[in-house]
Design a protein around this ligand. Structure first.
Ligand code: ASP
Length: 442
């Protein structure tokens, strides 16, 4: 079948199946624009929308920790043997690295070609959030900490504290090490693994129930987010937002299809149709972690095996942030251009390298990518005032870019998972290529 035809069918079926979430998203954008236009931030409608959105996010966040731990334990113990595990782990890191390197390269090339930052210093100060200067300065200072310390903090001193504070990277590190040890213990681990299989099944069921609430949830979250910036921002800062959006589109429409073509035989449009719900919820919630239960449900119910998705997706939702890496690269080059910092080849390489680290160390929650961007900004030679104003400017724009970059982050998690599942013969193509047969999430 011609590729254009496949795209149309996949998009049509994806939208038909998810018309309620899709309508929630579009209506949310319209409502957000109106709320912004008529300055209704204090209106009681806003209070209701914030309540509904927060309710939806809290419900999905509620299942994330039990889901991540049980998925990792089941995933790793079901793969079992050491050789296969290290083969899969290495492949996963390699694939995630390829996709993230492509993202920073695209971000750097676009920013250097279109130069969105030239003569932008004027409107940077105009748009910079001025009421948070002290917090901004503290965030930048905190990120000045040695890079090695950031890695050290990945190891939880107390796993229960990591659980209680929701520190996802630390939880994942503990779960992976624990699961590897369990896999080595042989048959004796059976009761423990069965216990987590029950937890996993129950959290999936709860996710089904929560998804009944997806349309109003996505509507409310999108409306609240869009109302904080409105449409006028696109005309005033169009070049910067335009470069980022083009970068995201290149990732979605060129890089992932080429990646899947080279490393697997997964038809990209079918994959997009299979994960359409997760893509929309990622946009609405701006959180890869909160979207994770749904990303797993979409992959597993549409042909990708439990063994692969329960191992690769939870790690991807925390480590693989190519959308964030692209944004960080463009944002830092943008500020460098605005403040006339000489962009030597060495500095550009340094930005790209740090963007890979800063993105993969950020949590899958709203706004996390902006905090770790300070790690890159600190080495740029900007004055303390320029740092604060520049960071404040990025903060003002964060909502717009966060929804888009999270959609990209979640899509690439699924792309890598599908490629690995294909390599391991863990995809049911009769199901994946047949969207009419897809089971509803609910
Ligand atoms: N919100 C993004 C995510 O959850 C992380 C970021 O802030 O870039 O994937």
């Amino acid at each position: 079948m011609k590729i254009q035809m496949q795209v149309l069918i996949a998009l049509g079926l994806g939208l038909k199946r998810n018309w309620h979430i899709f309508s929630g998203l579009i209506l949310g954008v319209i409502a957000g624009i109106l709320l912004h236009k008529y300055n209704l931030h204090q209106h009681y409608v806003m209070t209701i929308l914030t309540f509904v959105g927060e309710l939806f996010i809290r419900l999905i966040q509620m299942v994330v920790i039990p889901l991540v731990i049980s998925a990792i334990i089941i995933g790793i113990t079901s793969i079992g043997d050491n050789k296969q595990l290290s083969k899969l782990g290495t492949k996963m890191i390699g694939y995630y690295a390829i996709i993230t390197l492509a993202a920073v390269a695209i971000g750097a090339v676009l920013a250097l070609v279109f130069k969105p930052g030239l003569s932008a210093s004027q409107y940077i100060s105009e748009y910079a959030a001025s009421d948070i200067q002290a917090t901004v300065a503290a965030t930048i200072e905190a990120q000045r900490a040695n890079i090695l310390n950031i890695f050290l903090n990945f190891i939880p001193k107390n796993p229960l504290e990591a659980l209680a504070t929701g520190n996802m990277v630390a939880i994942i590190v503990f779960a992976v090490i624990f699961a590897l040890a369990l896999a080595k213990t042989g048959e004796i681990n059976r009761p423990f693994v069965s216990f987590f299989e029950s937890i996993f099944a129950a959290t999936m069921k709860v996710t089904d129930w929560i998804m009944c609430f997806a349309a109003p949830g996505v509507f409310a979250l999108t409306a609240v987010n869009v109302s904080s910036f409105g449409l006028d921002i696109f005309s005033s800062i169009s070049k910067y937002i335009g470069v980022i959006t083009i970068g995201f589109l290149i990732q979605l429409l060129i890089v992932y299809p080429i990646f899947l073509r080279i490393f697997s035989k997964v038809p990209v449009w079918m994959l997009y149709a299979a994960i359409a719900e997760a893509m929309m919820v990622a946009f609405g919630t701006a959180s890869s972690s909160a979207t994770l239960p749904l990303t797993i449900a979409c992959c597993e119910k549409r042909g990708i095996s439990h063994k692969i998705s329960s191992f690769v997706l939870p790690l991807g939702a925390t480590l693989n942030m190519d959308g964030t890496a692209l944004l960080q690269t463009v944002a830092v080059i943008f500020l460098a251009q605005a403040y006339n910092v000489a962009l030597t080849p060495f500095l550009i390489l340094q930005i790209c390298f740090l963007a890979v680290i800063a993105s993969s160390t950020c949590a899958g929650i709203p706004g996390a990518g902006l905090i770790t961007i300070a790690l890159i900004l600190n080495g740029m030679g900007l004055s303390p005032e320029q740092l604060v104003v520049g960071f404040g400017f990025l903060l003002t724009l964060d909502r717009v870019t966060d929804m888009l970059r999270t959609l990209v982050n979640v899509t690439s998690d699924a792309v890598v998972t599908a490629a690995i599942a294909d390599n391991e013969n863990e995809i049911n193509y009769d199901l994946l290529n047949n969207p009419e047969e897809y089971k509803e999430i609910i």
